[in-house]
Structures are given as C-alpha cells and as structure tokens.
Design a protein around this ligand. Structure first.
Ligand SMILES: [Zn+2]
Length: 240
C-alpha cells in the first residue's frame, strides 16, 4: 500500500513543527489513516484544502515512515458550508467524529462506517434538519451496524410487550416494570427512540426539540460509550 487515493472524512488534525499538520482520516476503502501534510501551513503549499476536522475530502497519500502517511494532495468533495457556519452543527459533528475516532483499529477498512459517517455530516449540512439528534441517531446506527441495535419493541429481559419503563445499555434495551434496571425511560423517549430506529429519522430531525430528545441523547451516548469502552468528551449531552 505505497499509494492511496481515497475519499475520506477528517476526524481531527493538529499542527506539527513549523508548517506541517498531522491529520487523522477515516477513509472509505482504507479505514483510519494518519498522515502528515508537510508545509501545508505555508502560503505556497500545493497540497490543497480541507485538512481541518469534519472536512469531506478526496486525498492522495503516499507511504511514509511507520504508519504515518504523507499527504500529497487533498481537495473537498463537498464544502459542507451550512455545517461549518453553525456552532451547534459543528459541535454535533465533533461528537460524531470523536466516536468514529474511538472505533478500535481492528475494525478498519470498513466502507459501511464511512458511509454512515459521511451521511451524518451531510445531514448536519442540511438546513432543514436540526442538529441535536443527529449524533444520537448516528450512535444508534453505528451500534446497529455492529450488530448491537438496542431492543426496544419488547422487554429485553423477559420478552413482555410492555409497558417498557427503563433502558439499560448493559443489557442492550428497554425493560418492563418487573425487570427494570438501568435508567428510567419516559413514554416520550421510548416513542422517539422507536421513530429514530424505525425509519422515521428524517421527520424527527425536522422537529425542533421533540419530546424525549434529551433522554434519547443521553441513552445513545451511554450505549455507544459502553460499546466502545471509553467515555466521550464532547458526545455526552448534559441533563440540564
Ligand atoms: Zn421484563
């Protein structure tokens, strides 16, 4: 793998040395890649643009030392201007790339994850959609993609059809009053969860602050944290 041409999303990037930048990508066909863009911060750089977080780019890389590649060229696939012009949309995007960055590296070269990631960023770039529930929805989709979709149609423990009154990320779903454990779950949050997981996401995202949203966001963060085994920095909503 001496040369890579691929489509990628920038998960994070940081300055290095006088004029360089180290960039962590999640690429379509090669999974997670670390690369250095030499001299990119000089005005004469010919590398091109799009090496800041949340950029959706086309990259040309060559193999460098160790696992660090070298960026020869980068260009925007799409500029995502609506996303980058709004603080809440950027925050939501950062929560998403933080989670993708935490995916263990033995899951690399998975174009399904890239598809979910780029779709989420393009959703954040759509003015009609409110950004708040995009990260929680992305987290649940990621879990579902990994075979860990939460069970919310019946009690995950005894199979009773309901009512379902709590949610436990540990057992992976909602629970009835006799099996209840984990965090309590309101009827609004359960309904919202069912809409998000059941194919009604576009309508949900058009609503400003639907009932149960804060609860669903918290459940999603807990579920994905548990799955990835670490605590999120920006992905965790506050219960205020
Ligand atoms: Zn039960």
């Amino acid at each position: 793998m001496n040369e890579i041409r691929d489509e990628a999303v920038v998960l994070r990037s940081y300055r290095s040395g006088e004029a360089d930048r180290v960039v962590v990508f999640w690429s379509k066909d090669h999974g997670k890649i670390r690369a250095i863009a030499k001299g990119v911060r000089k005005p004469t750089s010919k590398i091109g643009g799009g090496l800041t977080p949340l950029a959706h780019v086309e990259v040309y890389l060559v193999k460098g030392r160790g696992d660090l590649h070298i960026v020869r060229q980068a260009s925007h696939v799409q500029r995502l201007e609506t996303l980058h012009a709004d603080y809440d949309r950027i925050t939501a995007g950062m929560a998403i790339v933080e989670v993708v960055d935490a995916i263990p590296l033995d899951d690399v070269a998975d174009s399904g994850i890239f598809a979910l990631l780029s779709r989420a960023l393009h959703t954040l770039d759509t003015p009609d959609f409110h950004p708040t529930l995009v990260p929680p929805s992305f987290f649940f989709k990621l879990l579902a993609y990994d075979g860990s979709e939460p069970q919310i149609d019946e009690c995950v423990s005894c199979g009773s059809p309901g009512p379902l009154v709590s949610f436990d990320a540990e057992v992976g779903g909602a629970l009835c009053p006799s099996c209840r454990r984990g965090r309590s779950l309101s009827a609004d949050a359960l309904h919202l969860l069912r809409r998000i997981l059941g194919g009604d996401l576009a309508a949900v995202l058009r609503e400003d602050n639907p009932p149960g949203g804060t609860e669903v966001a918290l459940l999603a963060s807990e579920a994905v944290e548990r799955h990835l085994g670490r605590r999120l920095k920006v992905g965790r909503p506050s219960l205020s």
